[in-house]
Every structure is written in structure tokens, then in C-alpha cells.
Design a protein around this ligand. Structure first.
Ligand code: ADP
Length: 538
């Protein structure tokens, strides 16, 4: 087969299939990283949005507290309520919200009204209580600047509390939120202030936790971290690791941080798993494609090989037909001219013409039978027959031809073989093919051994020669159609490459087998094996 044609096909494949596929794969791999980064940032933004919503909710909640107290005390046209009334309002207020542990109002003249849920916030005894208030006032005056700035903002309609951590005797984490209650025109003076003491943990459970739960995001775990200790102090689910994906300060209580992560995995693991799945998918697709391409290349290669063999076949067969025809014609002409006088020579010419025309018939039969087999039109008529008689008949018929080629036949044919069902014409053709090959592929040691015996419930017919032999790797291939081994003798001997393929088909139809034992330089033995039981039903 011409190599250049095959190379051209491979190149065509490369440009038509492999190149686009490789380009797409490389593009996918490059694009893949970008996609994953994009995906991760989208996820992060989604998590941030959820945290933002929780924060906003806390803010709205705080504003509702501001609104509630402001409604009671903001009316500038009326005098500020007396202490008793103020205390009553504060009492009611702190009792309505579990996370509020206490509240106070400091008027613009520095007068305090305090209402406490948790007594530990302030000292209880009157003197100590007074001391606590003095301390609180000191703190407030110390933060005067910040409080005035906050008041300024509130004047513009934006109430942003001034936040102070509150030291507590029982180590409970308490935060004080201060905000202006009644804003005066005087920008240099601390206005009437309200203060709310919040128990951080109760606030988280009551306000933040409830919001987490209403969001019902089963894909996420929420947590709250105390930034001072670095510990997670609240989580919607038990967490093994304290590492969350995204975090954001809780605006209202800045010492706390809202955190969020995906349930069961991390964002990185999640995107990595996705990346892995995509890569595996890409590899599998490419693998299937490569297998497909290899299959197609192999198929094309075999088809081209077959086409080449068919071409060789035509050349070989024409040559094989021409040689016996030339011989027949030559001898016939000699006879016609009456030049051959001796009876012995005449006999020799007759026999040559007979033998050569028989060979021609055999060759043509091979081709015709093979074409019938290919088009599935070949049928065999299996009838009880005597295989020994058939072998004797063939040897008798070909004796002259064999002798003329300088061959000696040794045969050992077992007597009293059982009858088996055979198609005599087909088996004759198979045996003649084997003998013909033994002659064709022998150089020097021109001996052919033919044996017929029974063994293991089979009748075995073997044709042994001492010719060129067949390399082990080709033992199977010689039975393929058009197959011819590569050696000089085979090269010089013309043949169709169909003989053994035909023998194999014939034996298959007899539920039998054809086998070969051969060594290069030592010779070959081809055996036809007929099962006795199967075919001996007659
Ligand atoms: P052909 O003889 O027409 O080429 P066959 O199908 O009969 O085709 O044989 C196929 C090939 O097997 C031959 O070309 C030859 O190479 C090899 N072969 C067959 N018989 C023998 C043998 N007895 N000794 C060596 N080689 C053989």
C-alpha cells in the first residue's frame, strides 16, 4: 500500500478533527479557570448579600426602638415628663425586649432616670448607684465630641448610635447604645440622650438568630464571632471548623461579626469539585474521541490494505492464468503440427495439457467459490462419504503432475475409517489446495507426507512439506483472504491468496478445523480435522 496516501489521510484527519478538538480543549481549559473565578466571586457576592440583609434587619430593629422612645419624649412643645413618668416608660420599654437589660435617659442638664432589668448593670445601694451614674456620666462627657457629631447626624435625620462596651460584674457581654432623644438647636451642648444596655448573647439569639432562621437558607450555616476573643459564640448548626467563608461586622454591635458558609463544604471545595467534574468530563470526551479517531484510522488503514491486496490479486491471478494457458497452447500446437512422433512424448504432452487445464480449473474454481462465499451464495451438500477413498483418488489424479515437479509423496492412510458427512467436491478442492501449496512453497527437499488417521474422535488429514515454512506471527493471517507472506519464494511464486481462506471456509462448514504447524526453513504441516460424532450421524 502506498504510504503517502495513508499519510495524507492522517493529515486530513489532523486538520478536520484532531486540530479543532485540541483547540477547543485548550480553550476550555484556559476558560475554565476564568469561569471558576467568576463563579466563586458570584457566590461570594451572594453570601455577602445575605449578611447584608441580616445587618439591615438589625438596623431596622434598632430604629424601631429609637422611634418608640422618641415618640414618648420628643415633643418639644411639652415639658419633659417628670422622673416617675419617665421611669415608667423606660420600665415598660425594657420589659418588652428580652435583649434590653436596662435603659436610661440623660436630660440635657445631666439628670438621669435609669430603669434596670439586670441589677448587676449598676450598683444597687443608693450611694453606689449614684457612683455608677457618675462614672457613666464621666464616660459620656469624655466622648462628648463623638456624641455631638452623632447629634449633628441625627439633626440631618440619620440616627446612628454611639456604641460603648459596658463592663459587667458577671462577665456578661453588654453593649451600651447611646442616641439623641430630644435634639436642641444648640450644637455645642449634649442633648437629651437615651441609652440602651444590650445583652449581646440574648440579642444574637433573639434578633439575629431569628432573622437567620426566617431566611431558611438550608444551604448555609450562619455564625456570630466575638471579635475580641475570636470565638464563634453562636452558630445555626454545629460546626467542626470555626472557619467560615464570608464575614461582616454587625453594624449595631461592632464587637460582633456575622459569618456565613456553605453547608457541608467550603466555597473553595465546592468550586474545586465542580472544576474536577468539568476536567474529568473533558478528559472522558477527549478519550472517547481519541478512541473513535483511532478506530476510524484503523478502519481506513485496513480498507486501504484490502484494496491494495485486491489489486495484487488481479495481477497475480492474471499471471497464474497466463502460465498454464501458454503451456497448453504450446503443446497443443506442437501436436497439431504433427511434429511429435514418439508415443511416449505424446503421452507426456497429453498429461501436461491435462494437468495444466486441471490447475486452471482449480484456480478458477477457487475464485468462483470465493466470490460465492463472499456473496453468501455458496452452499455445501454434505453426504456420507469415504475420506480415504477421496484422498487416494486425488493422489492418483495428480500423481503425474506431482512427479513432474520432482516431488515424492509418502502417504500413510489409516484403513477402516468411519464414514463422515462431507461435500466431496469442496473437500477435494481443500486437499488439492494444500498439496498445491506444499509444492509451490518448497525449494529443495521435495518430499510431501500425507497422513490420514483417527485421533480423539476426529479424522485428521495432514499434508506435510519441508519447504520455506511460515513465521509463527503469520500462522493465523495465512487464512485471511488475499494474505500472502513476505519471503522471496512466495514473492516469485504467483498465487491468489485465496486458497487457504477457502480451505478454512470449507472446514467451518463441516464443523471442522484447519490448523497449521510450521517453522521457517523447516517446513509446514497443514491438518484438516473432521469431528467424527458430529458428522457421523448418517
Ligand atoms: P496463495 O498460495 O495463492 O498465495 P494461499 O491462501 O493458498 O494463497 O496461501 C496464503 C499464503 O500462505 C501463501 O501466499 C504463502 O505465503 C503461505 N503458505 C501457504 N501454504 C504454505 C506452505 N505449505 N508453506 C509455506 N507457506 C505457505
Amino acid at each position: 500500500m502506498k504510504k503517502s496516501r495513508f499519510v495524507k489521510i492522517i493529515v486530513a484527519f489532523f486538520f478536520a478533527l484532531i486540530l479543532p478538538v485540541v483547540s477547543v480543549t485548550i480553550f476550555e481549559v484556559i476558560q475554565h479557570d476564568k469561569n471558576e473565578t467568576l463563579l466563586e466571586s458570584i457566590y461570594q457576592r451572594q453570601l455577602d448579600t445575605i449578611l447584608f440583609a441580616v445587618n439591615q434587619n438589625c438596623w431596622i430593629n434598632f430604629n424601631s426602638w429609637v422611634a418608640e422612645l422618641t415618640a414618648q419624649f420628643n415633643n418639644k412643645s411639652t415639658p419633659f415628663p417628670n422622673e416617675k413618668k419617665t421611669a415608667a416608660v423606660l420600665d415598660r420599654f425594657i420589659r418588652s425586649y428580652p435583649s434590653i437589660q436596662g435603659a436610661f435617659i440623660r436630660t440635657d442638664v445631666g439628670k438621669y432616670t435609669v430603669s434596670l432589668e439586670d441589677e448587676l448593670l449598676f450598683q444597687k445601694e443608693p450611694i453606689a448607684h449614684e457612683k455608677s451614674i457618675n462614672e457613666l456620666d464621666k464616660i459620656i462627657l469624655l466622648d462628648q465630641k463623638a456624641i455631638l457629631a452623632m447629634t449633628d447626624l441625627a439633626r440631618k435625620g440619620y440616627v446612628n448610635p454611639h456604641v460603648l462596651p459596658w463592663k459587667q460584674a458577671d462577665k456578661k457581654q453588654v453593649t451600651l447604645l447611646l442616641f439623641p432623644l430630644r435634639i436642641s438647636e444648640d450644637t455645642k451642648m449634649i442633648p437629651t440622650l437615651a441609652g440602651i444596655f444590650i445583652d449581646n448573647l440574648t440579642y444574637i439569639e433573639e434578633i439575629v438568630g431569628r432573622k437567620f432562621n426566617t431566611m431558611n437558607e438550608s444551604n448555609f450555616i450562619f455564625g456570630v464571632r466575638d471579635t475580641l476573643s475570636g470565638q464563634i459564640i453562636y452558630a445555626t448548626e454545629h460546626v467542626e471548623s470555626e472557619i467560615f467563608e464570608r464575614s461582616e461586622a454587625l453594624w449595631i454591635l461592632p464587637s460582633l461579626q456575622l459569618e456565613i458558609k456553605l453547608t457541608g463544604t467550603t466555597l473553595e471545595d465546592f468550586t474545586q469539585a465542580r472544576a474536577q467534574t468539568n476536567i474529568i468530563f473533558l478528559i472522558v470526551v477527549n478519550f472517547i474521541l481519541v478512541i473513535g479517531i483511532l478506530y476510524i484510522i484503523r478502519y481506513v488503514y485496513l480498507e486501504m490494505l484490502l484494496a491494495q491486496k485486491e489489486k495484487d490479486f488481479v495481477a497475480n491471478v492474471s499471471h497464474e492464468l497466463r502460465t498454464p494457458l501458454a503451456l497448453i497452447r504450446m503443446f497443443a500446437e506442437l501436436m497439431e503440427m504433427g511434429r511429435v512422433r514418439s508415443e511416449e512424448k505424446k503421452q507426456h504432452y497429453y498429461k501436461t495439457i491435462m494437468a495444466e487445464s486441471t490447475r486452471l480449473t482449480q484456480l478458477i474454481n477457487n475464485i468462483l467459490d470465493f466470490s460465492k462465499i463472499e456473496s453468501k451464495k455458496k452452499t455445501y451438500k454434505l453426504l456420507p462419504g469415504n475420506i480415504r477413498a477421496l484422498v487416494v483418488d486425488i493422489l492418483d489424479f495428480y500423481q503425474y503432475h506431482i512427479k513432474q515437479k520432482g516431488f515424492v509423496i509418502h502417504n500413510s492412510l489409516e484403513l477402516n475409517l468411519p464414514q463422515i458427512r462431507i461435500d466431496e467436491v469442496a473437500i477435494r478442492q481443500a486437499i488439492v489446495n494444500l498439496i498445491d501449496n506444499a509444492i509451490k512453497y518448497t525449494d529443495d527437499k521435495k518430499i510431501i507426507n500425507i497422513t490420514l488417521k483417527t485421533e480423539n474422535n476426529s479424522i485428521i488429514l495432514s499434508v506435510q512439506d519441508f519447504g520455506v515454512g511460515i513465521p509463527a506471527r503469520e500462522h493465523k493471517k495465512v487464512f485471511q483472504k488475499f494474505y500472502r507472506t513476505e519471503n522471496s519464494l512466495v514473492h516469485n511464486t504467483k498465487g491468489s491468496g485465496l486458497g487457504l481462506a477457502l480451505v478454512k471456509n470449507i472446514m467451518d462448514q463441516h464443523a471442522g478445523q484447519v490448523t497449521v504447524k510450521s517453522k521457517v526453513g523447516e517446513g509446514s504441516t497443514f491438518s484438516l480435522i473432521f469431528p467424527i460424532k458430529l458428522k457421523n450421524g448418517a
